[in-house]
Structure formats: structure tokens, C-alpha cells
Design a protein around this ligand. Structure first.
Ligand SMILES: Nc1ncnc2c1ncn2[C@@H]1O[C@H](COP(=O)(O)OP(=O)(O)OP(=O)(O)O)[C@@H](O)[C@H]1O
Length: 232
């Protein structure tokens, strides 16, 4: 489903004329199968977010290849990546990344608007998804009027809106209390079991790693450990 071959990345930092090369990822080889939940752990600065940003085409690798669903996407143009991303990935973030000036409904609806889905179909789909995450009554609320757990559930509805096969999550439980964290993890487990969704989740949290089938440890831009738990 996702294959990384000899993936490497370095950033160029510093002022013009005084640039420095900062190697961040080195020769990452990884295969993530359909229906897997993979947790990525590692210290701050080890390269976890960079890895996720490479998988989703937000940054281009300085070396190696990225294959998603059998397609080598390493050298797609930005426009091609935008389409590919919309079809293949949903995203969850620690900070939810909802647009504050838009209601829960409008935030959840965004992927459908971007894809050009007609108004009637959009309405049905958005209400169905908000219902599924238990937020139908909150459709008209703005993010500032929702709790952290509710905001994260709006972002889940948005992530699932176009039925992507893969969800990429960067510290999705990082701002949640333990009760909301359990609700979100239960949701992830159900989506994985019932719909075979693949999850790649960056986390510092043991609870999250405990629902993963496999936990990878990144250290200084290398995978130094792989633990297979078989999920729960
Ligand atoms: N756009 C960028 N330009 C320059 N350097 C960057 C950029 N993004 C990340 N880095 C550097 O790359 C390294 C890895 O960063 P990354 O965000 O991938 O780590 P991380 O493991 O996700 O850390 P954290 O757990 O703190 O989020 C860090 O040294 C960081 O400073």
C-alpha cells in the first residue's frame, strides 16, 4: 500500500551564501500493508513529521522513491499530488487544523467542495458523517464552540469524507484528555477492523502505540527498531 525505497531527505537551512545541509532521513526502507495500523515513535527531531510529509507529497525527497497503491508518486507535479492526496489520504493532526471561521459542517464538507461534488450529495454525505462521529447536533457550531474531543471528531469526519484508504495522523491524541483519547482510539480501531483502513500514526503516547499492529522507532532519521504487536 505504501512503500518507501531508500528514502532520504535533507533540508537546506540558513541564510543565502551561508547555507548548511541538514540530513534528516537516511535510507528508509519500509512497506506498510493495507489494513495495517503503524505507529511511529521517536524523540523530538528524529524525523517523524518529515517522514509523514514525504509520504503525503507535502515535501519532496532528496533521494529514493515513494510508491502508494502501486504508483510511484515520487515525481508527481504539485497539481497531480493534490489530486492524488485527495483520493488516497485523510489527515488528522494534534491541533485538529479546523478553519475557525467555518462551522463544523463546513469544515467537514471541505474535501467534497475541493472535489467538486454537487450540493445535494454533499449535504447527505456531510450529515451522514457528522452523525457517525456523534456530532449531528453540532453541525452549526464553530470550532471555538466545541470541546477538543468534538473538534477532533469533526476532523475525523473531514478525514473520512472521500473514503480514502489511508489515514496519516500526526499526534492525533496529543491535545485530548484520556476520555476523549479512548473515544478516538476506539474509532480508529473500528475503522481499521470494519473498513480495512490503513493508519500511519505519529505518537509519543503508549496508549496509541498499543492499538498499532507495528511500532517503528525513528532515531536520528533511521528506523532503529520495529516491534510487532498484532494490534488489539
Ligand atoms: N522545513 C524545514 N526546514 C528545515 N529544517 C526542518 C524543516 N522541517 C523539519 N526540519 C528539521 O528536521 C528535523 C526533523 O524534524 P521533524 O519535524 O521531522 O521531527 P519530529 O520527529 O517530527 O519532531 P517532533 O516530535 O518534535 O515533532 C529537525 O531537526 C527539524 O529542525
Amino acid at each position: 500500500m505504501i512503500e518507501l525505497r531508500q528514502l532520504q531527505h535533507q533540508f537546506v537551512i540558513g541564510k543565502k551564501g551561508k547555507e548548511k545541509v541538514l540530513p534528516v532521513l537516511h535510507d528508509i526502507n519500509l512497506r506498510i500493508g493495507q489494513g495495517e495500523i503503524v505507529a511511529i515513535v521517536g524523540r523530538s527531531g528524529s524525523g517523524k513529521s518529515t517522514l509523514l510529509n514525504l509520504m503525503s507529497g507535502y515535501i519532496r525527497p532528496t533521494g529514493g522513491d515513494i510508491i502508494v497503491n502501486g504508483r510511484n508518486v515520487t515525481r508527481l507535479s504539485e497539481g497531480e499530488w493534490a489530486d492524488f492526496r485527495l483520493q488516497n489520504f485523510g489527515f488528522m493532526f494534534q491541533s485538529f487544523q479546523l478553519i475557525p471561521s467555518m462551522t463544523a459542517y463546513e469544515n467537514a464538507e471541505l474535501p467534497l467542495v475541493l472535489k467538486g461534488v454537487g450540493a445535494d450529495k454533499r449535504r447527505r454525505r456531510v450529515m451522514d458523517m457528522l452523525e457517525r462521529v456523534g456530532l449531528a447536533e453540532y453541525a452549526g457550531h464553530y470550532p471555538g464552540e466545541l470541546s477538543g474531543g468534538q473538534q477532533q471528531r469533526v476532523s475525523v469526519a473531514r478525514a473520512l469524507m472521500l473514503n480514502p484508504p489511508i489515514i496519516l495522523a500526526d499526534e492525533p491524541t496529543g491535545s485530548l484528555d484520556s476520555e476523549n483519547e479512548s473515544v478516538l482510539l476506539e474509532m480508529i480501531r473500528d475503522l481499521n477492523r470494519e473498513q480495512g483502513l490503513t493508519f500511519v500514526i505519529i505518537t509519543h503516547d503508549e496508549q496509541v502505540a498499543s492499538i498499532a499492529h507495528r511500532t517503528l522507532t525513528l532515531k536520528d532519521g533511521r528506523i532503529t527498531d520495529q516491534r510487532i504487536q498484532g494490534g488489539v
